[in-house]
Design a protein around this ligand. Structure first.
Ligand code: F6R
Length: 249
């Protein structure tokens, strides 16, 4: 089995967040104009807490460009949007702002125009880091099972399990939950110099098993990352609980 991505096994969610933070902090401190693309949801919450602490204690982001992986289709200020998440968990909590902030507009009438606008952002600012979370069904961003590995930024429909995860994460009913998202495809995701996949919790253990030990297949979108040497997967004990011993060694 070809596995070029790096795996880091940690004890728990806190350690996963710390490892992720260390990598990003190093990039921010060493690059002239760091470009960091984040994700949202439960996986990066702890990482955001550490980033907020770091920035408020002197980590200099005045030259850092920040952007995001995706955005739900819906009103900008809805509880579940990436926009809301980023302001509530980061931009509203830090005492200095990054050089630039880019977000996808999920309420744009013309989705194709919005996709093209964001493509230009991606081209203008090559990313040093792309942070990712893993769906329980193996999705990455909104690249759901069946998405070709050469996908490029597109308007994606969520699988049922993803809609359920959004309901759970944001405590909303099904009729309030978004069903579509503009997401980077694997092509843009893998263009980042470093891709960090954060995985924690029992809920993710099946997807982790497929990611590391299953067939490379669009049935488990995350397997698109397996043979890529710019990918770092940080996995906690619960998420790794179904893995064979040899995989963890
Ligand atoms: C959210 C996103 C999703 C999540 C994934 C894991 O912006 O792109 O792919 O990363 O669904 O979600 P959590 O971290 O909430 O378990």
């Amino acid at each position: 089995m070809i596995k070029k991505m790096k795996t880091i096994f940690v004890k728990n969610y806190e350690e996963m967040s710390e490892k992720g933070y260390e990598i990003i902090k190093d990039v921010i401190e060493t690059k002239e104009q760091p470009v960091i693309s984040m994700t949202t949801g439960g996986s990066p919450r702890g990482l955001f807490t550490l980033l907020v602490e770091g920035v408020n204690n002197g980590l200099d982001i005045s030259n850092t460009v920040m952007m995001n992986l995706d955005e739900y289709i819906g009103p900008k200020n809805a509880v579940y949007t990436v926009n809301t998440f980023m302001y509530e968990n980061f931009y509203n909590k830090i005492n200095t702002q990054p050089k630039e902030i880019f977000l996808i507009n999920g309420e744009a009438d013309n989705k194709e125009e919005e996709i093209n606008r964001y493509k230009e952002v991606l081209n203008a600012y090559p990313r040093d880091v792309q942070v990712l979370g893993l769906g329980t069904n193996g999705h990455i961003g909104a690249n759901e099972p069946g998405t070709p590995f050469d996908s490029t930024i597109f308007l994606a429909e969520h699988d049922d399990s993803t809609i359920e995860s959004t309901m759970r994460e944001y405590n909303i009913e099904r009729d309030e939950a978004p069903t579509e998202m503009i997401t980077l495809g694997f092509t843009e995701i893998l263009e980042a110099e470093k891709v960090i996949l954060l995985v924690s919790g029992k809920r993710k253990s099946e997807a982790v098993k497929n990611l590391l030990e299953g067939e490379v297949s669009t049935d488990c979108p995350a397997t698109a990352l397996r043979d890529k040497d710019n990918v770092i997967v940080i996995i906690d004990e619960e998420a790794a609980s179904l893995l064979d011993e040899e995989t963890i060694k």
